[in-house]
Ligand binder design. Sequence first.
Ligand SMILES: Nc1ncnc2c1ncn2[C@@H]1O[C@H](COP(=O)(O)OP(=O)(O)OP(=O)(O)O)[C@@H](O)[C@H]1O
Length: 135
Amino acid sequence: MAEPPVPRPPRPWRREVASFGYALKGIRTALASEPHLRFHAVAAVLVVTLGLWLRLPRHDWALLLLAIGAVWTAELINTALETLVNLVSPEYHPLAGRTKDVAAGAVLVAALVAGVVGLLILGPPLWARLQLWLT
Ligand SMILES: Nc1ncnc2c1ncn2[C@@H]1O[C@H](COP(=O)(O)OP(=O)(O)OP(=O)(O)O)[C@@H](O)[C@H]1O
C-alpha cells in the first residue's frame, strides 16, 4: 500500500516576511501622516551626510545611529499611541490627554538627548574644519 503523503512543514519565514512588510507599511503610513517624523527623517539625513563628510570614527557612528534610532523609535511609538487614543477616546478625556502628553514627552526626551549627542560628536570636528577654513 502507498504511504500517505507527508504533510509539508509550515514555512515560518513566510510569516516573518509578512510581519516585516506590515512593519514597513507602518513606517510608511506614519511618515505620510506625521510631519514631525518627516522632520526627524530630514534631520537624520543631514546628520549622516555631515558625519560622512567629517569621516567620523566607527565608535562615533554607533553613538549617532543609536541616538537617531531612539528618536525614530520614540516618534513611531508616539504616533501609534496617538492613533490608538484617537480610536478609543475621540471625546475629551483627561486620561486620553495624559497618554498623549506622556508619549509626546518621550519624543522630547529622546530628541533632546540626541541633540546633545549630536553636538558632542559633530561639534569638535566641525569646529576644527571651520578653523582650518578661516585660517
Ligand atoms: N481625547 C483627548 N482628551 C483629552 N485631551 C486630549 C485629547 N486629544 C488630545 N488632547 C490634548 O491635546 C494635545 C494635542 O493633541 P493632538 O491629538 O493634537 O496631538 P499632537 O501631539 O498635536 O499630535 P500631532 O503629532 O498629530 O501634532 C494632547 O497632547 C493632549 O494634551
